[in-house]
Design a protein around this ligand. Structure first.
Ligand code: ATP
Ligand code: FE2
Length: 329
């Protein structure tokens, strides 16, 4: 089932909002390539200008790899999509520059794409969903959304930091070599539960108090127990808020997407909640949940098919604080 899309133009999608530079290729709703390089720094946060340098250097290799995997040449490309935001300005500029250059050399249309919308659309597409309640969980963003009057509208969201950033901060505080959610997930498997602050306000939630508490008790508990208890608490908060959103909206599908959606414990908890409520659960495979170019290619193709030359956003710049409510969908 796919009622969405299908431009038969071969679409190149460029992603560069944060740590990942990715290029995907899509045609008629079919993903032909999904190449990427990720900038990683062992300790400390990411410096945007360093990530941007990484992207500028990686661009040529990633483009060649994407074309090779898709079995096409640049001459076959009929549409260029790129991430307009939200994201880090220096990183966004690299992706946009590559996109503008390709589109002007090839003389093909260029289409700016909202990064979070792309996470959702690739999820809706690969899970075959029509009109889901969306749980979007990534580094910088944690939101509950539904489609309403042709745009995504936010029903609930984090009142402070994104869940992925909370997890990465915790991992750094614990001094883990890889400050990443995958590492917290691995430790959590063998941990035992202890109680931590739980903050849900209606359909909103907050994570920074939880991180602070974990840091305060980090000498009294093992890394495993902290990782486990953090996950159980934060994911239960998300499930409670999402269940409330489900009651209000009466949606029949739940889509879990974004970088943190790669967490199998979170998938299990949301799937369980969906089952109890008799709704379908879906979650894209990891390569489409982490930041990637395929989701930009797919979404650009989808939007182009839907709007054609009448696509409402004609500003091909970048927008570091782009809100999803302001994006055509
Ligand atoms: P956005 O702009 O959508 O916020 P992003 O830049 O945060 O995107 P994503 O790839 O969407 O990038 O998400 C990255 C986040 O996902 C990181 O915080 C990372 O720690 C987290 N993450 C990745 N794998 C897991 C996992 N298995 N469990 C928990 N968190 C994870
Ligand atoms: Fe993302």
């Amino acid at each position: 089932m796919d009622s969405h899309h299908k431009t038969d133009l071969c679409t190149l999608g460029i992603e560069s909002t944060a740590h990942t530079f990715g290029i995907g290729v899509c045609r008629s709703g079919k993903i032909l390539a999904n190449a990427s390089r990720t900038y990683s720094q062992k300790f400390g946060g990411m410096k945007p200008s360093d990530a941007a340098d990484h992207h500028a250097l990686a661009a040529e290799d990633v483009l060649c790899e994407a074309l090779r995997h898709a079995g096409i040449t640049m001459r076959d490309v009929g549409l260029i999509g790129y991430s307009k935001g939200p994201g880090l300005a220096p990183c966004l500029r690299i992706g946009r520059a590559v996109a503008v250059l390709c589109s002007s050399i090839l003389n093909v249309p260029i289409l700016p794409v909202h990064h979070s919308l792309a996470h959702i659309e690739i999820g809706r597409h690969t899970c075959g969903m029509e009109d889901p309640l969306v749980i979007y969980v990534s580094g910088g963003n944690t939101q509950l959304l539904i489609l309403k009057k042709g745009r995504y509208s936010v029903l609930g969201e984090t009142l402070d930091i994104g869940l992925g950033n909370a997890i990465d901060t915790l991992a750094r505080s614990l001094g883990l070599e890889k400050a990443h959610g995958g590492e917290i997930e691995r430790l959590a498997r063998t941990g035992k539960y202890f109680e931590l602050p739980y903050t849900v306000k209606g359909m909103d939630f907050a994570f920074s108090g939880l991180v602070t508490k974990c840091e305060q008790v980090s000498r009294d508990h093992s890394h495993e127990d902290i990782a486990h208890s953090f996950q159980e608490t934060a994911f239960a908060m998300l499930c409670e808020a999402a269940e409330r959103a489900l009651m209000i909206t009466h949606k029949k599908e739940i889509l879990l997407c974004g970088g943190v959606a790669q967490n199998t414990r979170l998938q299990g908890m949301v799937a369980g909640m969906a089952e109890e409520n008799g709704v379908r659960f879906g979650c894209p495979e990891p390569q489409y949940n982490r930041d990637n170019g395929a989701m930009i290619a797919y979404t650009a193709g989808y939007l182009y098919h839907k709007f054609g030359h009448k696509y409402p956003d004609t500003d091909c710049g970048i927008l570091p604080r782009y809100r999803i409510e302001d994006s055509p969908a």
